[in-house]
Design a protein around this ligand. Sequence first.
Ligand code: E4P
Length: 217
Amino acid sequence: MKFFADTAEISEIRELAATGLLDGVTTNPSLIHKSGRNFLDVVKEIASVVSGPVSAEVVALDYDGMMREAAVLRKIADHIAIKVPLTPAGLKACKALSGDGTMVNVTLCFSSAQALLAAKAGATFISPFIGRLDDISSDGMQLIADIRLIYDNYDYGTQILAASIRHPMHIVDSAKLGADVVTAPPKIIWQLFKHPLTDLGIASFLKDWEATGQKIV
Ligand code: E4P
């Protein structure tokens, strides 16, 4: 499973990239707003730190506008994935951009019907928003399972990018269901490392090691 960081905070991205476990980054207009920085500057900086896909979202709602914005964003680097909303105009832009060899992340997916359309439009990534579905008492994880089944039935190459992650079990459950990628706030990715028995084990091994009086180097 590939891990993307869902953030526009460059320090968080650098910290995660240093683990060697980070495969890409996703941003959205809200994350850019939160960063307080210029959109194009942030995306350029992220793309210089991470060599995997960096999603940058268009804000135009019409096809021509999306294509104009995509032209600016794709110039930043070859590994920019253009993020388009799951609308008729968004999927039209997806088809044109992916036909041109540009990576496209179709965002704001809330149903398997929408995911089917995105695959037909040649999306590189489909982003089902698990947390936002759970928030309205729907079953985000069932959506991942349904999309996996549909994509496997037809051998669609579109990668399932589990998004809107709220806690570590969303990542584990997405992995069990065969999501190709997960994008999560860095804080949640760090939580995956944690287990109290790991900390206790290290403490007791260190105590016993000190008692031996030995050194490795
Ligand atoms: C994905 O690409 C989105 O940026 C993100 O996962 C949305 O998450 P949220 O529902 O926490 O805003």
